[in-house]
Design a protein around this ligand. Structure first.
Ligand SMILES: CCCCCCCCCCC/C=C/C(=O)SCCNC(=O)CCNC(=O)[C@H](O)C(C)(C)COP(=O)(O)OP(=O)(O)OC[C@H]1O[C@@H](n2cnc3c(N)ncnc32)[C@H](O)[C@@H]1OP(=O)(O)O
Ligand SMILES: NC(=O)C1=CN([C@@H]2O[C@H](COP(=O)(O)OP(=O)(O)OC[C@H]3O[C@@H](n4cnc5c(N)ncnc54)[C@H](OP(=O)(O)O)[C@@H]3O)[C@@H](O)[C@H]2O)C=CC1
Length: 290
């Protein structure tokens, strides 16, 4: 049986118009989970700013969000580059005024055994996932602190921030940093009216997943018997959690990271199954020095 299915797409726990007149800035909002999150804010009346590198992804955001009637601005931006982030926020202000909410969703990841990872591969994932998240939060907060206005930040994380992530050493370390940053920044910026929270998706397969990750998920299906929920996450479930965390109904929630994964990260057996190395899971032979 597993956990019941959620209400249908289009339903909402929050009152209609909760975000009317508000602007939400979503990094990586043209694909997968970022687009699903942006969609839920749009349904609740927000203006959306979507920032990422690729025009095809920005076009996808415009197309999806247009269906809701929301006003949308897309901006080309690599979050590794602080000056591009400043320019993206300037563009947001030009269209709608200062963003009220920042969804730090953009990230990078690919499975690779730690011993095979190049220094540049490590740096790239940490630079996008950890540094880029901080640079965006910094830009958002500086503007609010200078103006004396409140705001809300939601950083998208991953449960291997707590558990470690064999096969994803770079991303797991970066996400641990992201979770820790939530706790620090919530305290530093709370006195100025800025909430900072984390939101951790469990397994939410989607069409935009990179080939590497899709390939490794080939055996996973909708009613996933490997998870306590006996199913994977529905994209709207993450969108609903994000709209709640950033809403007026969650004003006293700050410094918290909410896990939306049907308890998958808590799963343990009475007896451990045999260890299968990351190399075996990825179909690789023994490591040899190049
Ligand atoms: C093993 C079991 C698997 C189970 C599956 C479970 C899956 C659950 C995952 C749940 C958590 C998910 C977290 C996520 O973050 S999902 C988000 C993923 N989305 C993306 O990553 C989108 C953005 N990604 C990218 O743009 C690119 O993939 C990249 C991160 C590589 C950045 O692109 P950029 O153009 O800046 O970088 P380069 O192509 O120049 O590459 C930089 C270095 O990285 C090396 N590299 C790239 N890909 C791989 C790879 N697949 N394996 C090893 N190394 C890789 C590349 O060679 C460069 O290094 P060098 O210069 O040294 O060659
Ligand atoms: N899907 C899942 O099951 C899980 C996802 N997560 C987290 O959820 C979030 C979304 O993941 P998901 O939707 O699956 O992944 P996607 O690969 O679909 O999305 C990643 C997004 O990040 C953007 N991005 C990547 N690098 C940069 C950059 N340097 N500058 C700006 N934007 C960038 C990409 O856009 P562009 O290429 O246009 O730059 C893309 O839209 C991530 O934080 C991920 O770690 C966590 C656990 C599980």
């Amino acid at each position: 049986m597993g956990l019941p299915e959620p209400p249908a797409l289009g339903a909402s726990a929050l009152p209609a118009g909760t975000y009317a007149g508000r602007t939400v800035f979503v990094t990586g909002g043209g694909t997968g989970l970022g687009r699903a999150i942006a969609l839920e804010f749009a349904r609740l009346g927000a203006n959306l700013v979507v920032a990422s590198r690729k025009e095809e992804h920005l076009a996808a955001a415009r197309e999806t969000l247009a269906e809701t009637g929301a006003k949308v601005r897309t901006v080309s931006c690599d979050i590794r580059e602080p000056e591009q982030i400043t320019a993206a926020f300037d563009a947001a202000v030009e269209s709608f005024g200062p963003p009220d909410v920042l969804i730090n969703n953009a990230a990078a990841n690919f499975p690779v055994p730690a011993e095979e990872m190049s220094p540049n591969a490590w740096r790239t994932v940490v630079d996008i996932t950890l540094n880029g998240t901080y640079f965006c939060a910094r830009e958002f907060a500086r503007r609010h602190l200078a103006a004396g206005t409140p705001g809300s930040i939601v950083n998208i994380g991953a449960s291997y921030a707590w558990t470690g992530g064999p096969g994803f050493a770079h991303s797991a370390a970066a996400k641990a940093g992201v979770k820790n940053m939530v706790e620090t920044l919530a305290v530093e910026w709370g006195p100025y009216g800025i909430q900072v929270n984390g939101l951790v998706p469990g397994l939410f397969p989607h069409e935009d997943m990179t080939a590497d990750i899709k390939g490794n998920l080939a055996g996973t299906h909708d009613k996933d018997p490997c998870q306590p929920a006996m199913r994977v996450g529905r994209l709207r479930e993450l969108g609903w959690a994000a709209t709640f965390l950033a809403s007026p109904y969650a004003r006293f929630v700050s410094g918290h990271t909410l896990v939306v994964d049907g308890a998958n990260w808590q799963r343990r057996g009475l007896v451990n199954p045999p260890v299968v190395t990351v190399r075996q899971q990825m179909g690789k032979g023994p490591f040899v020095l190049p």
